[in-house]
Design a protein around this ligand. Structure first.
Ligand SMILES: NC(=O)c1ccc[n+]([C@@H]2O[C@H](COP(=O)([O-])OP(=O)(O)OC[C@H]3O[C@@H](n4cnc5c(N)ncnc54)[C@H](OP(=O)(O)O)[C@@H]3O)[C@@H](O)[C@H]2O)c1
Length: 293
């Protein structure tokens, strides 16, 4: 009886697979010795991104990630010193920075003018700027503060989209542009004390879906919705009580800015080419566990 050929075939296949895996691992190691885990070098080669609120926290991590994957970026913020420090973390020629308030139309016009002059195109807009100056129940919230939160968190991302899409030289739609907005899990599940902020972030989620419907097929619009990420902005939510806060997260830790940056890079890339109108939760499992940020 002839021997069963399968084992030999399996062995040959295994050997070939091992050799191929080893070769491709060697090649990857040789080609990109300094590449951080998960980074896809070249995924944004030639592309240009605007990241509002890019001087620290989540915005800076997004800018760094996009640059690591080949993009050139324009980052914005109000404080020049911190913005300069952020820009200095990025390689020469890959970053410009423009100081100003995201909600100021003249600032937006200056950003688009500078980007057009220096890079000549925009492929990605990441609306990171957001604020929450009040703490307390909705029923007692100061309506002036409420209007300001909506101005910065909801109207301003819309204004950036309007200005960018209308810009005659940047050809955002023609390039198949991508927009990523910053929502929050507080827009899904009400969080005590930051209710109005949550309402504004729920509006960002629906702004995202509505823009996706209006701007397709040429422009994709998505959002990320993080739980607590360790930044200056959220410090009051975890400082001095991190162990207790972390207990509600199935993954056993709070988010880091890089956790959000990697999701934004995915949504802004061609890897997400058939995804629009999506609000991607990034929460270490918090909502699945029935938790509240
Ligand atoms: N951290 C979290 O736990 C968390 C969770 C869910 C969602 N988010 C959202 O993620 C986004 C970023 O949060 P983050 O934690 O990274 O905040 P952050 O550390 O406070 O950083 C905010 C960035 O935006 C800039 N900025 C703030 N207001 C601005 C304005 N009006 N005009 C221009 N730039 C402005 C800040 O620089 P300047 O102060 O110099 O202007 C800074 O670069 C926000 O939309 C936030 O709502 C955060």
């Amino acid at each position: 009886m002839p021997a069963d050929p399968t084992p030999a075939t399996d062995a040959a296949t295994d050997a070939a697979t091992d050799a191929a895996t080893e070769a491709s691992t060697d090649a990857a190691t040789d080609a990109a010795p300094d590449v951080a885990p998960g980074v896809a070098p070249g995924r944004f080669a030639g592309a240009v991104a605007i990241v509002t609120g890019g001087s620290r926290g989540i915005g800076l991590a997004i800018a760094q990630r996009l640059v690591a994957e080949g993009a050139r970026v324009c980052i914005t913020a109000r404080h020049a010193d911190v913005l300069d420090e952020a820009a200095a973390t990025l390689p020469d020629g890959r970053c410009i920075s423009v100081v100003g308030r995201a909600e100021d139309p003249e600032h937006r016009a200056e950003v688009l003018r500078r980007v057009a002059d220096e890079f000549g195109r925009v492929d990605v807009l990441v609306n990171v700027v957001g604020m929450n100056p009040v703490f307390g129940d909705l029923i007692g919230v100061d309506l002036g503060a409420a209007r300001k939160i909506f101005e910065v968190n909801v109207i301003t991302p819309l204004a950036w989209v309007q200005d960018l899409v209308a810009h005659p030289g940047l050809q955002f739609a023609e390039r198949g542009g991508c927009i990523v907005n910053l929502s929050s899990v507080t827009g899904t599940t009400p969080s005590p004390g930051i209710g109005l902020y949550g309402v504004s972030k729920a509006a960002v989620a629906h702004l995202t879906r509505t823009l996706a419907v209006e701007l397709g097929p040429s422009i994709r619009v998505n959002a990320v919705s993080p739980a607590v990420v360790r930044t200056v902005f959220s410090r009051a939510l975890y400082e001095g009580k991190e162990e207790a806060v972390t207990a509600g997260y199935p993954l056993g830790r709070l988010g880091e800015p890089g956790d959000v940056a990697s999701a934004v890079a995915f949504l802004a890339s061609a890897d997400a080419g058939w995804i629009t109108g999506e609000v991607l939760t990034i929460d270490g499992g918090l909502l699945a566990a029935g938790g509240v940020a």
